[in-house]
Design a protein around this ligand. Structure first.
Ligand SMILES: CCCCCCCCCCCCCCCC(=O)SCCNC(=O)CCNC(=O)[C@H](O)C(C)(C)COP(=O)(O)OP(=O)(O)OC[C@H]1O[C@@H](n2cnc3c(N)ncnc32)[C@H](O)[C@@H]1OP(=O)(O)O
Length: 194
């Protein structure tokens, strides 16, 4: 049973989310937002290597292959790792809105243990937007995309400017990211887009 807190209930003036016209088409991979990201980065050897695929509207699917390095109890995925997979999946939704946003709040239900060697099939959608606040939810199933629910989450993401990262990130990584013209162009384009 989910007991979502009041701060995850959209306010009365919240609006239906609108998929950005330049968002990837349904079925397309979204790609990593940052190569070193623990959730989605292809250059991050310790990461989850989650790949999200655009769905209809402001929704997507993703798959997370649970490996031995993700264990908490013997043979089972660590709950924090599962929460990370949910967080990353939910965060990827903001790409469909073409909005840069960070997690403000993430509430997670763990319904079934997730064994090593299985694939967690994730689906997520944005449910509402209120100013800078983006409300979303995600579900993770085992045994196939229609298998039983193992985890679910609801979240509030908050829109930020690129300066959020520049002002707060460690200078080494920020400088490296800033020297990648593709990374900067993409981030700035998202920032100015309505
Ligand atoms: C060169 C560089 C390239 C960069 C390329 C970009 C790459 C793009 C990377 C994306 C990355 C994603 C990766 C996966 C997702 C993460 O893991 S993100 C990392 C984890 N999250 C964080 O680190 C966020 C830390 N928190 C913060 O920085 C600040 O608290 C926030 C979230 C920016 C909000 O601060 P703020 O901007 O001062 O806004 P604030 O006025 O406090 O809040 C705004 C509204 O949200 C509400 N709110 C805020 N927090 C909460 C909360 N926890 N609960 C309930 N309500 C809240 C407030 O009540 C307020 O509501 P209203 O009064 O407007 O109704």
């Amino acid at each position: 049973m989910s007991g979502t807190s009041a701060s995850l209930q959209p306010p009365a003036d919240a609006v239906t989310p609108v998929r950005h016209p330049d968002a990837p088409a349904p079925g397309e991979l979204l790609g990593a937002h940052y190569g070193e990201c623990f959730g989605c980065g292809g250059e991050q050897p310790h990461g989850l290597h989650l790949q999200a695929r655009a769905g209809e509207g402001v929704s997507l699917t993703a798959e997370f292959a649970v490996r031995p390095e993700h264990q908490g109890a013997p043979g089972l995925a660590h709950g924090g790792i599962l929460a990370t997979a949910l967080d990353e999946t939910l965060g990827s939704l903001n790409w469909l809105l073409r909005t840069i946003a960070v997690t403000g709040r993430l509430e997670t239900d763990f319904r079934r243990p997730v064994p090593v060697g299985t694939t967690l099939h994730l689906e997520a959608e944005v449910t509402a937007v209120a100013g800078r606040k983006i409300y979303s939810r995600a579900t993770g199933r085992v045994g196939g995309p229609d298998g039983p629910v193992a985890v679910r989450a609801e979240a509030l993401f908050i829109e930020v400017k690129v300066d959020h990262f520049i002002d707060n990130g460690r200078p080494e990584e920020i400088q490296a990211a800033m020297s990648d013209p593709d990374q900067v162009r993409r981030a700035r384009a998202f920032e100015v887009n309505p």
